[in-house]
Design a protein around this ligand. Structure first.
Ligand code: 5AD
Ligand code: SF4
Length: 440
């Protein structure tokens, strides 16, 4: 039996793609190894979102080559977003290059590789959703799993490489999604996260009967109805598309987790326009108000980009004041990284000097630290239902798990195991964790 070793970079979507890849390769007789030194095939499932993500992969390729030198017949493959973006450039360094829509072809590609004949498939598809493939779960705890509900992206945010690496948006058949969730639940999983670049634009069209079309709110209901014991999460939402129907559906079902990841990117309407986000500061704040009026305790997290093209001090201040107004629970924060081929790279010079970008990013990070603490302090005294993930990293006598809002809680163990639900009371907080006692 041939052994495959897979490293995964980038987003949750990529983690799920690696699980699809493993499923396809297992069907072809491969088995997974976590030890690179015994691998026949070394795969990196890659990310192109920022330049540093790609630089890391180039470094890893050099390391993989050591394996190739030490042992005969080792194959190195680069798959995913960077494979799609760099194509032939990568093919000079590795044996296999496969884009996000060509994983079904991996067995054939691997079989065709010869020392002087590397293989590549970077065709993008309008249909591929891997709907019929049951991912082989790579998570260790058997509690929480990802389910891809769509692929690709039709929003052309000017800074973003994803529409080029993952192609056009397509929604997966909802009945296959529900089946996958049901199967996970019957195997003991307690939480599924529905994944898409923009879940709010999920829209599955029934070929015969338009009455049977399924939008994202309808899909959420279908998955939530599997069992009240199965928690449902989703990511990522787009501020321009998140509908009142989705917000009300979240409120209606206790098991749809009260957490929305709603990337704002910037608090300046001028920057948002240049980013082609199709909403402005006021629209974003209105969506937040709507969410909080319907779901008062809703967890809210975001993504922020510092130093986009032409960003003035005032634009930057607008981002800071928006963050202070919203008080996000947490945020992913990045310095703008120009990506070749994107609209921004063609239209706007990347003109904020590195030092300035870093200075602004640091200001954003430090403000978010204060906001995370402030947001957590509001939880003190509340009783929360937590899904146990396992022992806490710092103290094995304690357990950790997430509340519906996605906030991480630690609390004394009473012998529960991963996958059990516990009621806890928040006693004190840090900016990252809620420290809780037990409630009967
Ligand atoms: N530079 C910096 N950050 C980026 N992101 C996407 N493209 C870029 C880029 N070119 C960030 C956005 C997005 C998150 C996944 O990555 O904030 O929401
Ligand atoms: Fe995920 Fe985007 Fe990175 Fe691709 S480029 S792996 S879609 S974060």
């Amino acid at each position: 039996m041939k052994k495959v070793y897979i490293e995964t970079y980038g987003c949750q979507m990529n983690v799920n793609d690696s699980e699809v890849i493993l499923s396809i390769l297992q069907n072809d007789g491969y088995s997974l190894t976590e030890n690179i030194e015994e691998a026949d095939v070394i795969l990196a499932n890659t990310c192109s979102i920022r330049d540093n993500a790609e630089q890391r992969i180039w470094g890893r390729i050099d390391q993989f080559k050591i394996q190739k030198r030490n042992r005969d017949g080792v194959v190195i493959g680069i798959v995913g977003c960077m494979a799609e973006r760099l194509k032939n450039e990568l093919l000079k360094s590795v044996d296999l290059v496969a884009g996000p829509d060509s994983y079904r072809n991996l067995p054939a590609l691997l079989a065709a590789i010869r020392p002087d004949s590397p293989q590549m498939d970077v065709l993008l598809s309008h249909e591929e959703t891997y709907a019929d493939i049951t991912p082989v779960r790579l998570d260790k705890n058997g509690v929480s799993a990802f389910i891809s509900i769509m692929r690709g992206c039709n929003n052309v945010c000017s800074y973003c490489v994803v529409p080029y690496t993952r192609g056009a948006e397509r929604s997966r058949d909802p009945y296959t999604i529900v089946n996958e969730a049901q199967d996970l639940f019957s195997r003991g999983y307690k939480e599924v996260t529905l994944l898409g670049q923009n879940v709010d634009s999920y829209n599955w069209k029934d070929k015969e009967d338009p009455q049977k079309n399924v939008n994202f709110a309808a899909l959420l209901r279908m998955v939530a109805q599997i069992s009240p014991e199965l928690r449902v999460r989703f990511s990522t939402s787009h501020p321009k598309d998140i509908s009142d129907e989705v917000i009300y559906t979240m409120a209606e079902y206790e098991n749809i987790c009260k957490h929305i990841h709603l990337p704002v990117q910037s608090g300046s309407s001028i920057m948002l326009e240049k980013m082609r986000r199709k909403y402005n500061r006021e629209w974003y704040l209105e969506r937040v108000e709507k969410i909080r009026s319907v779901i008062p305790d809703c967890g809210l997290t975001t993504d922020v980009i510092a130093g986009f093209c032409g960003e003035t001090d005032q634009d930057h201040q607008d981002t800071l004041t928006l963050m202070e107004k919203v008080v996000f629970d947490s945020a992913f924060m990045f310095a703008y990284s120009e990506r070749p081929g994107t609209l921004a790279s063609r239209k706007y010079p990347d003109d904020i000097p590195y030092e300035k970008k870093t200075e602004r990013l640091n200001e954003i990070i430090s403000l978010q630290g204060r906001m995370s603490l402030k947001s957590n302090e509001k939880e003190i005294g509340k009783v929360l239902k937590v899904l146990v993930e396992g022992p806490s990293k710092k103290n094995p006598q304690e357990l950790c798990g997430r509340a519906s809002s996605n906030k991480m809680c630690v609390f004394p163990s009473r012998g529960e195991k991963a996958g059990d639900y516990c009621l806890v009371k928040v006693e004190s907080v840090t900016s990252a964790t809620l420290i809780c006692s037990r409630v009967d």
